[in-house]
Design a protein around this ligand. Structure first.
Ligand code: LLP
Length: 385
């Protein structure tokens, strides 16, 4: 088994658990995306929800990417970290008045509207401010993303987006209003999608819908296909960068843009997942009746993905090169689901050894909590340790 390269010596003086980010890998990933979209009318809004650590955000904004935000505070964070308002899209089913006002006051690029009542709220607030709110209709494409049910979002049974039956009313409202400007349509079918044919189906639906709008005499400048490109959690060393080439090629092939149209993406995970690892220390090795438990000082409060989605993360002991043994790797939290991996082969481990839980740069730090009065995990970066 090949292991990742970690500066274990430098970790000795640090308190665990913490997130460690490989800035070189992040940059290589961003370069790879940039290379694919250069010369095309493709605009990327990085989805802050995946990782909103300011250092990471500053790195991403420095490449000229835009931002996809799902709360007023994410908009403020994005602005603080160098994303221009003109590249900020604002999504989410429950935008409050305060959050809509943040978007309006900062003249963001677009509100991705998810329901008729939300559209009414944006219209009311824009009218109060004498502004015109640019909106994209988030339409539920009813495309199955073949991913975990908690991260499937594009089916009619999900809470997201407008259904096609809502569209005539939405169009009526927009036509009546002097404060809403329809600039596009928006979709998002789910996350951690590795079967790219789901995106092909999305393209087909997007073209169908675009034609439907044309028949109503409506055209728009943007089509936003959301995010969702998955990464390889099983081979973080062999496949650290997602297959951006195949992903973008698919859209180029199946989604022909009209003159003046641009295609927008909201990638989160594929930008940041691989560059992050959660580093923990082994607190105890506990011999069970049938199992050996390796108890670490990180818990589901630091990384909830395994407990919440039964997500797999590659785990390695980066302090040991002894023979392999089988462990259940668990945290200290008083919940049976506080397990990072069962029957995992690790180099024989001792108290104090560092354990790296890999590919945790996305939805790791951002989903951390203080349950059990724990501290939030800190973060360190490869170029400033
Ligand atoms: N756009 C919208 C409207 C979204 O809802 C999401 C993610 C994205 C973009 C970014 O998707 P990505 O490229 O990262 O797949 N906590 C879960 C993932 C939740 C994803 C929610 N929406 C996890 O840890 O797997």
């Amino acid at each position: 088994m090949i292991k990742g390269q970690f500066p274990v010596e430098k970790f000795q003086s640090l308190e665990t658990p913490f997130y460690y980010y490989d800035i070189n890998l992040l940059r290589e990933t961003l370069e790879a995306v940039k290379k694919e979209v250069e010369g095309k009318k493709y605009v990327i809004h990085y989805a802050l929800k995946a990782n909103s650590n300011p250092r990471i955000l500053k790195e991403i904004s420095s490449y000229g990417f835009g931002a996809d935000c799902v709360s007023g505070n994410e908009i403020l964070r994005a602005l603080d970290c160098g994303f221009p308002a003109s590249k900020i899209a604002f999504a989410g089913v429950g935008k409050t008045d305060r959050e809509i006002k943040i978007g309006l006051d900062n003249d963001i690029f677009c509100f991705n509207v998810e329901s008729l009542p939300e559209m009414e709220a944006i219209e009311r607030l824009a009218s109060q401010k004498g502004k015109i709110a640019p909106i994209a209709l988030r339409i539920n494409p009813n495309v199955d993303a073949h991913t975990h049910k908690y991260i499937t979002t594009g089916l009619e049974e999900n809470k997201f987006g407008l259904n096609k039956s809502d569209l005539p009313k939405a169009i009526e409202l927009i036509k009546k209003s002097n404060h809403l400007k329809l600039i596009g349509i928006h979709f998002h079918i789910g996350s951690q999608i590795t079967d790219l044919s789901s995106f092909e189906n999305l393209c087909v639906r997007a073209v169908e819908l675009q034609n439907w709008f044309s028949k109503q005499g409506i055209s728009f400048e943007i089509i936003n296909v959301g995010g969702g490109l998955g990464i390889n959690y099983h081979h973080p060393n062999h496949c650290p960068i997602a297959d951006f080439e195949s992903y973008f090629r698919l859209f180029t092939k199946y989604l022909k843009l009209k003159e003046n149209q641009s295609l927008h993406f909201e990638l989160g995970r594929s930008f940041v997942a691989s560059c992050g690892s959660l580093i923990a220390r082994t607190t105890y090795i506990k011999e069970g009746i049938t199992k050996k438990f390796l108890i670490v000082d990180a818990g589901m409060t630091d990384l909830i993905r395994p407990a919440l989605y039964q997500a797999f993360h590659h785990i390695e002991n980066i302090s040991s090169d002894k023979e392999y043994e089988t462990y259940d790797i668990v945290g200290p939290i008083c919940e049976s689901s506080d397990v990072f991996g069962e029957n995992i082969l690790l180099n024989q481990s001792r108290r104090g050894d560092f354990i790296a839980i890999r590919s945790t740069g996305a939805y790791g730090e951002t989903m951390a909590s203080t349950y059990n009065c724990r501290e939030l995990p800190k973060s360190y970066f490869s170029d400033s340790l």
